[in-house]
Every structure is written in C-alpha cells, then in structure tokens.
Design a protein around this ligand. Structure first.
Ligand code: IFM
Length: 720
C-alpha cells in the first residue's frame, strides 16, 4: 500500500510557515500547526480553536489560539539546542497522515558528540480535548541533560493579543495556563501532565504566561530518555465533556485508540486509484485535512476557510463550506454535514441582522461568518500596498451569493441523505428567509419584462458592483425554486408545523412571491458564440491576457481588484464565476455550451483563489475533457502539498490550509472522474478516468446506505 507520509529531510528555515500548514494535525476541536516543539510565537505556533473568537481593540475579530502545551526543548551541558537557532546535523519532519501522527527527529553536533531528539505527537481523534506527545532524548556521550517542557501562554496572534488575563498554576503533577479573552471573557485552558521513564530531578517554574517542568539527569551514552505528555485544552464555551483525567491516562493507550479512530475514518473515506500514485496520494492527503477540521460530535460548529491552521481570514466561515466542502461529509459522515448546516440554522439571527443593516428582508449570511453569524468582514478588507491605507472593498456588502450557497448546501444534504428532518429543525426558515432576501434585491425597469439584480460582487471578486452577474442571478433563482419546492415538502411532511410557518410568513403570499420571482428573474442566456456574459458590460472590457495584466503591476503584492485594480477594467477574472454556475447547473446546459465557456473563461482566469481550479476541472469533466480536467484537479488536490501558494499580503500572513480546494478535489474525483451523480433517487456511475488511472474504488454514503464504487477503465459498478 502507498505510504501516506509527508516528510522533509533537511531543515529549511524558509519553510517554517508552509510546514505549519503542511504538517498540521487536528481533530475538529483544534488544529495544531506543524511547527516544532521548541518553537514559540515568532515561528507561528498555534493550537487554533474552532469557533472561539475575540476582538482586541479595534483590530479585526479573529479566532483564538490556545496556550501551547507542547513547548519543549533540550539543554545539554548548559547549552540549549533548538531550531531554527542552532543548525542541526540532520533533521526530519514527518506527517503520517494515515494515523494522524506528527513526528520529527533532529540531531545536533555538540563539541562532545551527537545528541538526538525524537518526538511524536497527535491531536486525539478519540478524545477531542486531548493532545499527546512522546519526546525522547539520547546522546552518544555522557552528559548533563535537561528536558524542559511546559505550556507557553505567550501565543501567536495576527490581530491580538486576545488574552487580557493569563493565570498559571500547578496542582500535583498537572500544570495549567488559563488565558481569558478581553471581549467576551472566554477562558481557554491548557493543562499538561508529563511523566518520565527515567530518574530525574524534577522542578517546576512558573512565569507570567508560562509554566515549565524541568527534567534534569545525567545521560549515559546511547541510552534513551523518554518523557510522555498528556495535555488537555478546554474552553468556557465547551458543549461536550472532558473524557478522562490527564494524570491517569497513558500515551500508549491514547495512541492506540486514536489510531483506531483514524482507521474508522479511512475505512469510509479512502480513495484508491490504481495507476497514478501521485494523484492517489494528493487526494487522500486532501481527505486527511478535511478530517482534521471536521466538527465531529460537536454541536452547531462549522469550518473556517483556512480550517484550523490559524487566524487567517479571521478564522471565519465562508461560502467555501457549503459549496466546496460539504459534499465530502454528506457522502462519508452525514452527521458532520448536518452539524455544518446546524451552524447556519443557529446563526440565522446574525443573517437577519445583516439583511436589516442593508435594508433587506430575510436573511443575508455573512461573508466572513463568526459565532452567532457575526459578520467579521470590514468595509475595508484590503490594505493598499502603496499608501498602507485600508481600501474600500465590497466583499461584505455585495457578495449576496453567500445566502444562496447556504441553501445550496442544505439541498445537497437533503438530496444526498434523504433526511428532510432538517427542514423541521430550522432549515425551512433559512430557505424562506434567504429567498426573501433575494426578493428584496429584485429591480424592475418599466420597459423590461424581467427582474434584475444590480450592484453585486460575484465569485470573481476583481469586478465589484456589477449588474446581473450570471452566477448570482442563477443562484437567486435556485433559492426561489427551492423555497417553493421545499414548502410543498414541508406541508406534506410536517402538517402539524405548517400553521406556525403560515403565521410567520403568510404562506399563500410567500408562494406567490416565490413563483413570481423564480419566473421573472433575468437569467442570462449564451450569446451567438455560445458564451454567457459574466455580467452586464463584461464583454466590453479590455480583452487582455492574465500575463499582460500581471505585467502592469507596480508591486507584486498589489490588489488586482476593486475600483482601481489592474484587472478591474479588463476581462481577467480572479476565479471561476460563469464556470462555477455551469458546474452547479450542468443539466441546464449542453456539453457544447459548457465547453465553449470553459475555453473562453479559463484563459482569462488568474486562479487567484484556491477555489478556482477545481470548478474549472469539474466543468471540463462534464464536457468529457478529462485530460484538460486533470492538471486542474491536481492543482486543487496539491494546494497544501506544494509550496508557492500566496502566503503573505504585505506584512499580513494569509497562508494556511485550503480546505475548499481539498473538498473541491474530492468533488472532481467523485462527481467528475468517477462520474457519480444522482438520478431518480439512485446513484449512477458514468466514469471517465484520466488516462493513467486503471481503476478507482471508494465508498460513498448515500441516503443511509454505504455503497462501494469500483471502476475499472470505463466500467463503473456500484454495490452495497
Ligand atoms: O471564499 C473565498 C473567496 O471566494 C476568494 N477569496 C478567499 C475566500 C476564502 O477562501
């Protein structure tokens, strides 16, 4: 079997930020960046918490990093040996993504001989509050050694500091650091308990933000000295209990149950590809990440755009979740998909408040959604590289397509699981109120027969405030149609609940409104060349290549979009827009139209967002162009394996993992190459595998049944 191992076999200081993402481990409750044990905040260490946010002063609100309970280093004969300061003799960092284990081995040459440390750690997949670490030291000469290990409360923040109060403490063998956030007084507690398999003099020291245990001993040549640490993270917002006391648990027992938990995950989610090891590796690595961030057995939590790799994009939830990630969960662990949607149901008040803020009815979901649906995006979301001043952008106020993405996600869940119960648990209200929001955007000119939507930002963020964006209008129509259809379902399935809904919305009038909107909204048709204009006036913009636009940049970090950006008056777009619409509504268009639009838009796309390549890849699959789809699929699947993604915007770190790209790669593999679709309530498989793929096999959960898909060449079989 192909090893699911990522490794780096030499030390490169420049890779520290990237490795933090590439070697990430996580369990949905937190993500632990792939930084080394001796690192501190300058090296972007983070135990990034799901769904816990704070604002420091006037800075952007963002997710919170817990005190780091893994901080550990070695002192030999009075000298500290730590990366990146002390050049190593050899160094290996490894992620075993089959078992969710992070490993490293580093050797340093000292004046007396070689010292070695080895460390293995994991974010427990079976007990979500726990982290475990085993750290071993040995030297090839006799020396005085000291292992220092503890909790570092001086955490890395982008817009912090978030802890206005930090308390350290020691109780028996358990140490703790509690950080309390300033805005909402949320406590985030890290505890650790460390034991040694050797005799050592043990002392504890507490600083203002840290607490460390020192294990001092005389090391004999060649003998291994191992400490084992069980750490626990909790917050005052937790809605599930801690399992076990950390001073009573052992590393080996936690490790065994953690690996069993990963075995269960892989049993349902592994995709086997014969003939293309690279694709199989990258795709399963993507699946690994989707599992590290899944809010398994948690209530009403969703997934941030950068997963649990840090505070980039404010740790906020975007349309990425419902459009790119949810499909994977629906068809492997549907309970997780339901949790993601529950988050949208629970946060409808935030969406209502946002709609009201803009004078709209219904629910307008946040572009960057934090807890309670709070909109994390500011009106000035980009910093101008020339003036260093905030630039007015319209991500927050004009990306209306987020509400439709939520409805689209709900419908994928209902179709994929057959579980309509979600309608009775608040999803019906979400659908109706999103429809109300789109209704209040509809404009009608006296001499035109249809409704229009003006002044929007579509998925292509480089062109702001455009009229009749094809994607936005089509998604709005989808919401109207869905609301009508689901109201009928609701009536049939929940007759006892219909009165309450009627009292709330006035169903007769609502249905009339939905029908009128669905029939009346302007949906752009292909022109004489078969191309769908992205928005009104797009074809009149300067038609230049992506490279030409790039050559006009005065600064490589300059923003391409907005009022004055280099792309704004050209046909160069940031990411799939019409292509996304065609992929979402493929049954409405012929393969010829889809191909013509792919051929037109793809060369004009910068792919400046990691959400872009997978959408084009899927579209290419739908037109039968598997070989065109393949490199775009690989780009998507390798988003976190390949260095060179955008990591910095000016002085702001924007790197992190790319779960939408990873989810998108899964969609391409399953719905594109394997050709899985739903027809009359049944799964069908019409594969078109890339040239080298001899066979492909995987499991899929569909409407409560686990199916096995086996594809050999052009022949696909679904069994259970
Ligand atoms: O949601 C995306 C957006 O479409 C492009 N910029 C990054 C966001 C978060 O991934």
């Amino acid at each position: 079997m192909l090893d699911f191992i990522v490794s780096e076999n030499e030390f490169n200081k420049d890779n520290i930020p990237w490795n933090g993402n590439r070697f990430l481990i996580g369990n949905g409750y937190f993500g632990i960046r792939g930084t080394l044990e001796e690192y501190s905040k300058e090296h972007m260490c983070a135990v990034n918490m799901a769904g816990i946010y704070d604002r420091a002063g006037d800075a952007w609100r963002e997710s919170v990093n817990a005190p780091n309970p893994l901080h550990t280093y070695i002192i030999v004969n009075g000298t500290k040996y730590a990366l990146p300061e002390t050049e190593p003799k050899s160094h290996t960092q490894t992620l075993d993504f089959k078992n969710g284990l992070h490993l490293r081995k580093t050797q340093w040459q000292t004046e007396n001989g070689t010292i070695t440390i080895e460390c293995e750690r994991f974010a427990s997949m079976s007990r979500r509050h726990l982290i475990a670490m085993r750290y071993t030291f040995f030297a090839d000469f006799e020396c005085e050694a000291e292992i220092v290990t503890g909790i570092d409360g001086d955490v890395w923040d982008i817009n912090g500091p978030h802890f206005v109060k930090i308390q350290t403490g020691t109780q028996g063998s358990v140490n703790s650091v509690i950080g309390t956030t300033g805005e909402k007084n949320i406590s985030v507690t890290a505890k650790d308990c460390t034991s040694a398999d050797f005799k050592a003099e043990q002392t504890t020291d507490e600083g203002e933000k840290t607490v460390y245990r020192h294990f001092s001993f005389k090391a004999e040549p060649g003998k291994e000295y191992t400490i084992e640490k069980i750490a626990q993270i909790t917050t005052s917002e937790d809605d599930f209990d801690v399992a076990g006391e950390i001073d009573k648990l052992t590393y080996s027992m936690l490790r065994a149950e953690h690996i069993t938990a990963w075995e269960r995950i892989w049993d349902i989610s592994k995709i086997t590809i014969e003939g293309d090891d690279e694709a199989m590796y990258a795709l399963n690595y993507s699946i690994y990440h989707l599992n590290c961030i899944a809010p398994r057995e948690m209530k009403g939590k969703s997934i941030a755009a950068r997963g649990l790799s840090g505070q980039v994009y404010k740790g906020a939830v975007f349309w990425d979740t419902e459009m790119f990630m949810i499909d994977y969960y629906i068809h492997t662990e549907p309970e997780i998909a339901k949790t993601l949607l529950q988050y949208r149901i629970d946060t409808i008040n935030g969406a209502r408040a946002k709609a009201a803020e803009y004078g709209l009815n219904g629910a307008y979901y946040a572009w960057e959604s934090q807890e309670g649906g709070y909109e994390g995006c500011s009106d000035y979301n980009v910093t101008d590289v020339f003036t260093n001043r905030p630039m007015r952008t319209h991500f927050r106020d004009k990306q209306y397509h987020v509400s439709a993405a939520v409805v689209y996600g709900i419908m994928k869940y209902i179709r994929g699981t057959g579980d309509y119960s979600i309608l009775g648990e608040g999803a019906m209200e979400v659908i109706v109120e999103c429809a109300q929001m789109y209704r209040s955007l509809l404009l009608k000119y006296a001499d035109k027969p249809y409704y229009e939507i003006h002044d929007v930002v579509g998925p292509d963020e480089y062109h702001e405030r455009v009229n009749n964006n094809a994607y936005t209008n089509r998604m709005a129509k989808f919401v109207f149609d869905t609301a009508l259809e689901m109201l009928d379902e609701f009536e049939a399935k929940y007759p006892e609940k219909i009165k309450a809904l009627d009292d709330k919305y006035g169903l007769e009038a609502t249905k009339a409104m939905l029908k009128d909107s669905a029939e009346g909204i302007f949906i752009r048709e292909p022109d004489n060349n078969g191309i769908i204009e992205q928005f009104e006036g797009y074809f009149k913009l300067e038609d230049v290549s992506v490279d030409t636009v790039r050559s006009r940049l005065l600064d490589p970090k300059e923003y391409w979009g907005g009022a004055y950006g280099v792309a704004a008056n050209t046909q160069v777009i940031k990411q799939a827009d019409v292509a996304a619409m065609l992929s979402m509504f493929k049954d409405d268009y012929s393969a010829d139209i889809m191909k013509k639009n792919f051929d037109y838009y793809e060369p004009r796309t910068e792919h400046g967002s990691s959400l872009s390549a997978c959408m084009y890849s899927l579209l290419a699959c739908f037109t039968g162009n598997t070989e065109t789809a393949y490199p775009l699929f690989m780009k998507s699947a390798k988003a976190d394996l390949v260095k060179g993604g955008k990591e910095w915007a000016g002085l702001v770190y924007i790197g992190g993992t790319h779960p939408a790209s990873e989810g998108g790669a899964w969609i391409v593999a399953v719905n594109g190459f394997a050709g899985i679709s739903e027809q009359d309530g049944k799964l069908v498989c019409r594969p078109s595998l890339p040239q080298n793929w001899k066979s492909m096999s995987f499991k899929l959960v569909y409407r409560g049944t686990v199916y096995k898909v086996n594809i050999n060449g052009t022949k696909g079989e679904i069994s259970y």
